[in-house]
Unconditional design. Sequence first.
Length: 370
Amino acid sequence: MTATLNSALPQTAPARPVLLRVEGLGKYFSSPRRPVLQEVSFTLAPGEILGLLGPSGCGKTTLLRIIAGFDAPSQGRVELDGRELSGPGVLAPPERRQTGMVFQDYALFPHLTVADNVAFGLQAQRKSLGKSGVQARVKEVLTLVGLADLGERYPHQLSGGQQQRIALARALAPRPSLILLDEPLSNLDVQVRQRLRHEIRHILKAAQMAAIFVTHDQEEALAIADQIGVMRGGILEQWGAPEDIYSRPASRFVAEFVNQANFLPAQCYGDCWRTELGDWPLPRPEAPGQAGELMIREEELRLRPDPEGTLIIRDRQFLGREYRYCLETPSGCQLHARAPLETPLPVGARVQVSASAASPPVFTLGKEDA
Ligand code: ATP
């Protein structure tokens, strides 16, 4: 199904300082007909964290590798701090890019202590810093990641979360302009992941460090990033603040990928979108009879038990802090809503539903979708 967003107003972004400029990046490995990246452009401000989000195979790692200098782009440019790193006839090697990299598998040297692993990141500055300067910087970054007491341990004597903080300390040690993190939390269990994502954000902010954080976990991206880029099939489908991506997705794909959502069939009548749950004013003129879908997040639906209600509860899932209800409308459309545990509603009960969304995004449907 193809659908386009029609409620987004043209965005005029205020001017902001630029640290990283990615312009028209394209990449194909063997067949130019199947590009892995297409026309990817964005900028990153100093100290800003970009969460690069998208399903497996959409090109996130390839984009990160091009910025890091491990791969050359087939088209386009990468500029960091006003210096061209990749472009026509230009390809700065990774060690000359002022970027630090953190990998999913930590990539620590098992035979080196934590302190020596971190000092390894300072190899290029060993001469200028001297031995005591290296030791001082190692101590400084270990303190920043909260592991100042573990310098003499070896990686196998640390938990996965601690190893990843050491990998981050090693990347931060040479004071790069930009840190690139490729799925850094994927190898950790859920509880450690949740704790570490807040710690990583805190550490990056304390170091005033710009970063690109690649993940396919939407909750992780929303929690860590100042800006989110959603990728699909090598294209940057939407770029913006987490709040905008969440509440004003540019496409149905972004809406579904970022979080579960209801898509309510709608039709244009006069000056409103008419749906089974009521009418919503048109954000902009539409042709009468135009078909569309309103996006309403699950938490925006309110349930009220009513024996005369037009919706029926078909299923109920216990989510720990709340229930998730599956509802059927008179036309057979399925909707999902969340409600507190205090007043559980039984499967089969009739309910009334209201939506708190004042101006939900609408995806108009083309003729081929109808
Ligand atoms: P994942 O989340 O699974 O890591 P991703 O979004 O990071 O996926 P990439 O690793 O960038 O995706 O891969 C994008 C596409 O490019 C995939 O179809 C992949 O098979 C292809 N690809 C990546 N590297 C190469 C290569 N060296 N040669 C050929 N194809 C490649």
